[in-house]
Design a binder for this molecule. Structure first.
Ligand code: G3H
Length: 249
């Protein structure tokens, strides 16, 4: 099964308007890339980025979405609004939202469903903490995180979804999982999905995230079950992010 690689940049709560222009100019050079490229800026920069990227083919994603649709939910942003702006993707279940904002498996499942109902493709993040890895619980944790969404959404929903494996200990630390460590978890995740539907499992893109840089991306992306990356810090530099995108081709 040939899967089109996806490289998604997650700016987190970084960036200013001037980055939108710089990135727009730099990424237009990826117009004919074999990999799909997406950028997930903070909410205020979504619309300007949509305009800056124009017909470059670079996709836009949001970093969060409400579990609600419309109504009296002050401060929330719905999937429909994001789709309306031109977003294709939305990150759900990022470990920072799980750890800092109390998002549990149940809420992540709700957001995953809501994203799809509103016309977006969720990028579902899973990953173990250092304590869980050292306790030998990595596979158990990531399979639980995926299974909790499978329980509410069903395997069919994963045909319009992406899963990102992001070991918490590798996020923003400069300590990347080795290609072998990442591949092992990705293979386990694909096997868990294959137990439900082999064909969906063979099609779904599994991204790796956690201190991916231009100098380690190619080896990670060369692993058979790694179909691209979710890039944090390195996505803030247009040159660095472009180099990572090229490594996914
Ligand atoms: O969403 C992106 C990840 O949290 C990875 O962040 P990082 O590349 O800065 O380690």
């Amino acid at each position: 099964m040939t899967r089109t690689p996806l490289v998604a940049g997650n700016w987190k709560m970084n960036g200013r308007l001037d980055m939108v222009g710089a990135l727009g100019a730099s990424l237009s050079g990826l117009r004919n890339s074999r990999a799909e490229v997406a950028v997930c800026p903070p909410f205020p920069y979504l619309a300007p980025l949509v305009r800056a990227l124009g017909d470059s083919g670079v996709q836009i994603g949001a970093q969060n979405v409400s579990r609600h649709q419309d109504g009296a939910f002050t401060g929330e942003v719905s999937a429909e609004m994001l789709a309306d702006l031109g977003c294709r993707y939305v990150i759900v279940g990022h470990s920072e939202r799980r750890a800092l904002y109390g998002e549990d498996d149940e809420l992540v499942g709700e957001k995953f469903l809501r994203a799809q109902q509103g016309g977006l493709i969720p990028i579902l993040c899973v990953g173990e903490t250092l304590r869980e890895r050292e306790a030998g619980e990595t596979e158990q944790v990531v399979v639980r995180q995926v299974s909790s969404v499978l329980d509410v959404a069903g395997i069919g929903a994963f045909d319009q979804a992406v899963v990102a494996y992001e070991p918490v200990w590798a996020i923003g630390t400069g300590e990347t999982a080795t290609p072998e460590q990442a591949q092992e978890v990705h293979a386990r995740l694909r096997a868990a999905l294959a137990a439900e539907d082999a064909s969906v499992a063979s099609r779904i893109r599994l991204l790796y995230g956690g201190s991916v840089k231009s100098d380690n991306a190619a080896l990670l992306f060369a692993q058979p079950d790694i179909d691209g990356g979710l890039i944090g810090g390195a996505s803030l530099s247009a040159d660095e992010f472009s180099a990572i995108c090229l490594a996914a081709e």
